[in-house]
Design a protein around this ligand. Structure first.
Ligand code: CMP
Length: 139
């Protein structure tokens, strides 16, 4: 089924010049990027994006990580892209991600405490719509 999802290249991916490599993997898989922008997220946007994590012990380090530089926000479209993009990314903890995944192959200077993991992808179709509306200001 054709779906859309919200995809992000986090500050470590941008700083380490992995934008092209990550987009190459997205497009090689057959997904289409229909919206894309570079943005320096502020705390207000992040508190909405990470609403389920606000108040958790790792939230302050997550905020520091995510405000440390610009990110690439994207909307992707494709067959079963919500689950498929998460498979391409690999597990949340990059030290445990399987070979062949972005988080395994492109992660090098991890801050495991902050769980720097290069990319983000929505975890459900509902979350994707919520995140797309938030980042791209849609009705
Ligand atoms: P992501 O799954 O994209 O969204 C939540 C982020 O919080 C996660 O990636 C990590 O970057 C970060 N994070 C930091 N510590 C943790 C943790 N203990 N568990 C889950 N996510 C964490």
């Amino acid at each position: 089924m054709t779906e859309r999802t919200f995809m992000m290249i986090k500050p470590d991916g941008v700083k380490r010049a992995k934008i092209g490599e990550i987009i190459r993997r997205i497009e090689n898989k057959g997904y289409h990027i229909t919206k894309m922008k570079m943005v320096l997220p502020d705390e207000t946007l992040l508190a909405q994006h990470y609403a389920e994590h606000v108040g958790k012990s790792f939230y302050p380090s997550l905020l520091r990580y995510m405000t440390s530089g610009p990110v690439i926000a994207m909307v992707g479209e494709g067959t079963n892209i919500v689950a498929g993009w998460r498979t391409l990314m690999g597990t949340t903890n990059p030290t445990k991600a399987a070979p062949g995944t972005i988080r395994c192959d492109l992660g090098r200077e991890w801050d495991v405490e902050a769980m720097m993991n290069i990319v983000h992808g929505s975890d459900s179709v509902e979350a994707a719509e919520r995140e797309i509306a938030l980042w791209f200001d849609e009705d």
